[in-house]
Design a protein around this ligand. Structure first.
Ligand code: GLN
Length: 192
């Protein structure tokens, strides 16, 4: 299995490391030809404004949209989730618009810019998952094609799946818990 990790900006090395530990070939993607032959793509956290500009500049955006329409599985974490969303409240970002979710950037405000909390994510099993949130977005709204995999106690969505697209507000690549990435690999392999 060959997985590309968008490596234009942000926390991509950590995704490459965790995917390698799970036994798949993980390669950085910066240019459209590097998308050739991939089984899946990861869009990491970082700054969604910068990531979306780089996607537009390098012509990667239209390539990725085309591949996603043909079923390429994509996982987006934090800024990656924002880039996947088709609605972003009060933000001028041109996203890929692939997932039917509306997100709000920097949803936790200044006092809780970064925090860690134990999350219940039933598709990953009973044990709580360590949620690392860094200036994170939340999902405010979604349509019925989307499965919200995890909610905070106030009801806001922080992980979602739409067919082969998977998104999280938090950073699973910054923990030692590999279950979220394994879940994505199971989606890629058609086991989930
Ligand atoms: N706050 C960032 C944004 O809006 C996301 C932060 C992150 O990816 N850790 O793009």
């Amino acid at each position: 299995m060959k997985i590309g990790v968008l490596a234009s900006q942000g926390a991509f090395i950590e995704h490459i490391n965790i995917l390698s530990q799970l036994g798949v070939k993980a390669l950085p993607v910066r240019l459209p030809h590097q998308l050739d032959g991939l089984d899946a793509l990861v869009i990491p956290g970082g700054e969604s404004t910068s990531i979306s500009l780089l996607l537009q500049d390098n012509n990667l955006a239209s390539e990725i949209q085309g591949l996603a329409q043909n079923g390429l599985p994509i996982m987006g974490t934090c800024a990656g989730m924002i880039v996947l969303a088709n609605g972003i409240s009060a933000s001028p970002i041109t996203s890929l618009g692939l997932m039917e979710i509306s997100v709000r950037r920097n949803a936790f405000g200044r006092q809780r810019e970064s925090f860690e909390t134990q999350l219940s994510i039933p598709v990953l099993g009973e044990n709580p998952f360590p949620g690392v949130f860094i200036r994170a977005p939340v999902i405010e709204d979604s349509n019925s094609n989307v499965e919200i995999l995890c909610r905070l106690s106030d009801g806001s969505g922080v992980a979602a799946r739409q067919r082969k697209l998977l998104a999280s507000s938090f950073h699973p690549e910054l923990t030692n818990d590999r279950r979220f990435h394994q879940y994505f690999l199971d989606i890629v392999a058609g086991k989930q």
